[in-house]
Design a protein around this ligand. Structure first.
Ligand code: HDE
Length: 752
């Protein structure tokens, strides 16, 4: 009874309190107010197109050049229609029994519209879900003919291509700049059939046998209970896996290096990873590794830039690729090959060419350029092209064949299998982006989404009823793909690796020893960050042991960061030669497509802005004028970024035009003099921008009074801070500094 009384008292108190609260009346009940203006139910007429807006295409062919029949066309005619082509006069009102009545089941247009929408999404790729694609052309140099008879590598042969870049771990909507491996998949639409080179930006892989692929991916993907973290390797299960499967240590050190956070897809190398077997017209075979070398050089973000970008512009790489292509700064890569004799043991010295955790240093086998890839067109429609493109390592052309690399062998099975689900049936090669440009005459029939109307009655071979058609190409001379009759060793069935696969550390050590001090610092910082995010002590300790086996100094530095003792190596340290080609530093590259921020004070001296902006554009780069507010500057220049809507990470370099930029209403400095109360200050957003650019070792230029702003921000008088009276000279120096990508010497003085 006492409990009941307490509850009743409490209920009474709550009722009293509620009665005091004012609540709006429910519409339609006494006390409610009818709005004077009714909600509009009729859509407004469309605004007339602006002069610079092209009207919609009345006929939109796919952007893949094919012999487009009418069925290739996505949009035809001027009128909105149903999917059956019936013209519509209304698409905003469902068919109802009276204005206030229920919707009628017979409204086919409503049901078609909603049903189609309900099924708009398809399963995302189980790996490499986040990506960006582009069309382009590949031109062969002709020098690979001694190695392969592949027609697309003939001199001056031009082949259309579609390339898709991707991250591996994240979902479709994840950020571009996370620390991860990047996919680099190329579809060559050759005359002899489609060749897919499905590679990564890292030349080795985590595992030696494809049977472990589900394991490594399960470990890298978000934890199954809370589904976090997204697109990250900085968590327990990833480090648990790679410290238990130490063959992953080589790939992992690449991920922890600057290669894991590329500046742009345009500045990544690509690698076929596996060794392929090529055959020339005379039937001679060689073992070959494929490489893509970016004409712009290999460049990366700093870790802080990558983190900031994941928030400020999660689409950074996607945007960068599309913008570069749209502005005519076409990204280019040379395709190169390392060629090895096709020996019985498939070894090159002591490097096992079938072990995908090993590379062959370029100093031992130079990469020979055999063709040039240029990306020239953005997709017209992301879903139709970039999402639906389906690559397969088994899509080969005569002259290129596979080897027994156990990772490659598993991939040969996986890609079609996953695409059957992802693309909803077996006919995905008929989707425009996947259609070969060579004539297709297969005997595959029917299935979901069949597009072809096959003729004949005898889809089998041999047949007499269709006149024996289609015919076999009578061998290599007639262009047939002939499997290379590679020797298969007489052997017993085993689940085992060759002894050479036991070496898990020598090349991870070689990578570490080949890095410059700045790159080594970044690697230490990356391991420390990632392992600090792990919860399990045992995982951290086991990974530290793996680091000790790579290099005790690396291990000691990471252990210090984690506050743990550095273990002794458990394996003898191997004596390896560094490979200078692995370092990203030390050369000068073209600067096409780089973005330069021009920070201005609209009330200050605007002299020089126009000429510097023109010089930036003339150099194939992108000038962006940054000012406190949008609109136009007094001299008519358009402001492209405001202080509130930009961050340093958008720019590869910045220049400060004319005068320092004052904070609104307060401590301002003009002409280099202090403000009213004697304390000079800049807008804090400009201070942040300059300090971040400085910290990220970006070139900074200033002329005239702009020099005073650098002093106020505390970034004057350092390498790569370029000042002077003449804007053109300052820009010329800045341009030269950009060739090295960053002012590397500055990293010694600040934390990157
Ligand atoms: Fe993949 N991989 N992979 N992979 N891979 C896929 O295929 C797989 C591997 C790579 O932009 C999937 O259509 C297995 C190495 C790229 O569409 C799937 C194994 C390399 C892309 C698949 C590997 C790659 C994929 C997911 C180990 C570099 C994206 C969706 C045996 C040489 C292609 C799909 C694109 C995509 C399986 C290992 C590169 C599940 C089983 C090594 C660039 O089939």
């Amino acid at each position: 009874r006492a409990v009941k009384a307490t509850v009743e008292n409490a209920a009474a108190r709550v009722a009293e309190k509620l009665a005091e609260v004012e609540r709006p009346a429910i519409p339609g009940t006494p006390g409610s107010v009818t709005p004077k203006v009714a909600e509009p139910t009729r859509p407004a007429d469309p605004a007339p197109p602006k002069p610079d807006q092209a009207g919609p295409e009345t006929r939109t062919p796919t952007s893949v050049p094919t012999d487009a029949s009418q069925t290739d066309v996505g949009q035809q005619g001027r009128f909105l229609t149903t999917s059956q082509g019936a013209r519509l006069r209304d698409s905003d009102h469902s068919l109802k029994a009276g204005e206030r009545g229920p919707t009628l089941l017979q409204d086919h247009h409503l049901r078609e519209k909603i049903t189609h929408f309900d099924h708009e999404r398809i399963p995302e790729r189980v790996v490499h879900a986040r990506g960006a694609g582009a069309h382009g052309t590949f031109i062969g140099y002709g020098n690979a003919r001694s190695v392969t008879r592949a027609g697309f590598l003939a001199k001056d042969a031009e082949t259309p291509v579609f390339v898709r870049f991707s991250t591996v771990l994240g979902s479709r909507g994840s950020a571009d700049t996370v620390r991860d491996t990047r996919g680099f998949a190329t579809k060559f639409y050759t005359d002899e059939g489609t060749f897919d080179l499905v590679g990564n930006n890292i030349p080795v892989f985590f595992i030696q046998d494809g049977i472990k692929f589900p394991d490594v991916i399960h470990a890298g993907k978000p934890h199954p209970d809370r589904e976090i973290p997204q697109a990250q390797s900085a968590h327990d299960t990833f480090w648990d896996f790679v410290s238990l499967h130490t063959e992953a240590q080589h790939h992992t050190i690449w991920n922890m290096s600057d290669r894991g956070i590329p500046r742009s897809y345009r500045t990544m190398e690509g690698f076929g990873v596996h060794t392929f077997r090529c055959v020339n017209a005379a039937g001679e075979t060689s073992l070959v590794k494929f490489h893509w070398k970016p004409v712009l050089g290999v460049h990366s973000l700093t870790w802080e830039e990558a983190q900031l970008l994941a928030g400020t512009d999660p689409d950074f790489h996607r945007r960068d690729l599309a913008d570069a292509i749209e502005s005519g700064a076409y990204p280019q890569w040379e395709l190169g090959v390392q060629v090895f004799p096709d020996t019985d043991d498939e070894m090159f010295g002591d490097i096992d060419l079938l072990d995908p955790t090993k590379l062959v240093p370029e100093e031992l086998a130079p990469v020979q350029p055999i063709g040039l890839l240029t990306l020239t067109h953005n997709p017209t429609n992301y879903f139709a092209e970039t999402e639906q493109v389906a690559f397969h390592v088994g899509n080969l052309v005569p002259g290129i064949d596979v080897t027994n690399d156990p990772l490659l062998q598993a991939r040969l099975f996986s890609y079609v299998d996953t695409q059957l689900t992802r693309l909803g049936g077996p006919n995905f090669s008929q989707i425009p982006i996947n259609r070969p440009h060579a004539p297709v005459n297969d005997m595959l029939r029917d299935g979901f989404h069949q597009q072809a109307v096959h003729g004949g009655v005898a889809p089998y071979k041999p047949n007499s009823l269709d006149g024996g058609c289609p015919f076999f190409a009578g061998g290599a001379r007639a262009g047939a793909f002939v499997d290379v009759p590679a020797r298969v060793a007489e052997a017993v069935k085993v689940r085992a690796n060759p002894a050479s696969y036991d070496d898990h550390y020598s090349q991870a050590r070689q990578f570490w020893l080949s890095m410059s001090p700045v790159e080594q610092e970044h690697i230490v910082a990356a391991y420390t960050f990632e392992l600090a995010k792990c919860f399990e002590q045992a995982v951290k300790e086991r990974q530290l042991l793996a680091l000790a086996n790579i290099d005790p100094d690396l291990c000691a530095q990471v252990a210090t960061g984690l506050g743990l003792p550095a273990p002794d190596p458990s394996e003898p340290l191997l004596d390896v030669e560094p490979s200078p080609a692995l370092s990203q530093l030390g050369a000068v590259w073209p600067t096409d497509g780089r973005v330069i921020g021009i920070v201005v004070d609209p009330q200050g001296d605007l002299g020089g802005i126009g000429e510097v902006a023109a010089a930036i554009s003339d150099a194939g780069m992108v000038p962006l004028v940054v000012a406190p507010h949008g609109g136009k500057l007094p001299d008519g220049t358009t402001v492209q970024r405001t202080f509130a809507a930009t961050r340093s990470v958008e720019f590869d370099a910045v220049v400060l035009a004319g005068s320092p930029v004052p904070a609104p209403d307060a401590l301002v400095v003009r002409d280099g003099k202090a403000g009213e109360d004697g304390v000079a200050a800049l807008d804090p957003r400009v201070v942040l921008l300059l300090q971040e650019c400085f910290r990220h070792a970006k070139a900074i230029g200033a002329w005239g009074d702009g020099v005073a702003a650098l002093e106020l921000a505390g970034v004057a008088d350092a390498p790569g801070v370029l000042t002077g009276e003449d804007p053109t000279t300052v820009f010329a120096e800045l341009h030269a500094a950009l060739g090295a990508h960053r002012v590397w010497e500055r990293f010694g003085t600040v934390l990157a």
